[in-house]
Design a protein around this ligand. Structure first.
Ligand SMILES: C[S@@+](CC[C@H](N)C(=O)[O-])C[C@H]1O[C@@H](n2cnc3c(N)ncnc32)[C@H](O)[C@@H]1O
Length: 214
């Protein structure tokens, strides 16, 4: 997917991925993320998700990365926060108390710009990327955060029947992407009742990734 692909989606308001309310699985499994008061949670490819407000309401500090500036302007408007906007290398950093969002390509973000992170919450981020980018993304996330613990939501469906995004990321691939640095646990698998891309057989899998010691 090119940046233009995503900018076009935002410009045309084709944002079916945006839930408009906190994610059901985040609310159910947030304890596994251990994102309580004072912890800092990174949301890669964050869009303007309501999950940011939900995490902040629970005392977590949030960091995000998102290509589209308009999405982040909308996010801060909905949070009723006026961001300070500064340069962070080729990205722009939108900051307010408890939240920093980096606008630009997540692959251009460095650990020094991001700062320390305790946990990663990946909803509709890994699955937004085509297969050839996903390995690079997984390695980049680990490098950015020092292999921070992670709650990951993936989709699985027959990729031959529909094109992504969101892409199907089979369980084997999640293990292959993250198994060397994390203990990979599947905590829930649920059918997507409303279907996806006209397909009825789609499941969502919720993963807890726990850093391996040493
Ligand atoms: C499927 S949406 C998911 C948004 C959000 N996680 C949610 O749950 O609503 C994927 C988002 O990733 C952004 N994106 C795509 N490629 C990106 C990149 N390389 N760096 C930063 N953001 C990117 C898109 O603009 C889009 O908003």
């Amino acid at each position: 997917m090119t940046p233009e692909f995503w900018h076009g989606k935002w410009q045309r308001n084709e944002i079916g991925f945006h839930e408009g309310r906190p994610n059901h699985f985040l609310m159910k499994h947030a304890g596994r993320l251990d994102a309580g008061a004072g912890s800092r949670v990174f949301l890669p490819l964050c869009g303007k998700t309501r999950d940011i407000a939900w995490l902040m309401e629970r005392g977590a500090r949030v960091a995000g990365a998102e290509l589209n500036r308009g999405a982040i302007e909308q996010l801060f408007a909905e949070l009723e926060l006026a961001p300070e906007v500064t340069a962070a290398g080729p990205l722009q950093r939108f900051s307010a108390p408890g939240v920093d969002v980096f606008v630009g390509d997540v692959f251009a973000l460095t650990p020094a710009q991001l700062g320390p992170v305790d946990a990663i919450y990946d909803r509709a981020a890994l699955v937004a990327l085509p297969a050839e980018v996903r390995r690079r993304y997984a390695g980049h996330l680990r490098g950015l955060t020092g292999t921070a613990r992670q709650l990951l939501i993936s989709y699985e469906y027959d990729q031959s029947l529909a094109k992504g995004p969101p892409f199907s990321v089979p369980a084997d691939e999640v293990h292959a992407l993250y198994g060397d640095g994390y203990r990979v646990q599947e905590v829930e698998t649920a059918p997507v009742e409303r279907g996806l891309k006209g397909l009825s057989e789609v499941v969502e899998r919720i993963w807890q990734l726990t850093p391996r010691q040493g």
